[in-house]
Design a protein around this ligand. Structure first.
Ligand SMILES: [Zn+2]
Length: 224
């Protein structure tokens, strides 16, 4: 058995917690995870292709998974992709399926206590591992092994954010019934529609950690 699994919770688990770089708070990691997950989900709705996915993997995704032990070796992934000659069509299908899988989980997380099962499986080590910052706070970082489904990569970001503040998911998380845009926006939540489709004309609210910002998207995807 993996020696990590044999450790008992408590002090043993604290010993396993990865120390974040100096000055990085556990909340910063959760913010980056939320940003990265929304960048993917709302990006895919704008017809992302292979280039946009690569930009996400080497941008917002790597920005937060660099804290984990098993940093994703992007060069190796690229080489493997080339070797297998994965078609643009296959990649787009994987992205669409990952998007659907994550939306299904997000809908579950909006229900009271809906995330209990998700939290247990995430804490079991499939999606997150422990971290601590030098301010004495404990939190979670996403895991990013070489081989991992794209949906699970996105879900690992969701898991870190959810474990840090499940109440945001239960009360604020909105998925637009028309365009599937995801936002943490209580007004949109109550209407079941983003602000564009509910007629208010503002697509996202202004909290920087939860809005998808145009500069995070490749230039071809920037909205006018
Ligand atoms: Zn909408």
């Amino acid at each position: 058995m993996d020696p990590l699994i044999q450790r008992t919770p408590g002090r043993g688990m604290e010993a396993l917690a990865r120390a974040l770089p100096q000055g990085v708070h556990v909340e910063d990691v959760a913010d980056k995870c939320r940003y990265g997950a929304l960048a993917f989900l709302n990006g895919v709705t704008t017809a992302w292709g292979k280039a946009e996915l690569a930009a996400w993997l080497s941008g917002p995704y790597r920005d937060v998974t660099r804290f984990a032990r098993e940093a994703l070796d992007l060069a190796a992934v690229r080489n493997e992709s080339i070797r297998k000659k994965i078609s643009a069509y296959a990649i787009e299908r994987v992205m669409r399926e990952a998007h659907e899988d994550v939306l299904v989980m997000l809908r579950t997380l909006t229900a009271p206590d809906g995330g209990v099962g998700f939290a247990f499986s995430a804490l079991g080590g499939a999606l997150v591992s422990r971290c601590r910052d030098d301010f004495g706070e404990s939190g979670w970082i996403p895991v990013s092994p070489m081989r991992m489904r794209l949906a699970d990569r996105v879900l690992s970001l969701v898991a870190v954010d959810y474990l840090a503040r499940p109440e945001d998911y239960e009360s604020d998380l909105a998925i637009c019934a028309t365009c599937k845009v995801v936002a943490f926006d209580r007004t949109a939540r109550s209407r079941g529609l983003c602000r564009v489709h509910s007629g208010s004309g503002i697509r996202f609210n202004s909290r920087p950690s939860i809005a998808i910002e145009d500069e995070a998207l490749p230039s071809t995807q920037r909205r006018a």
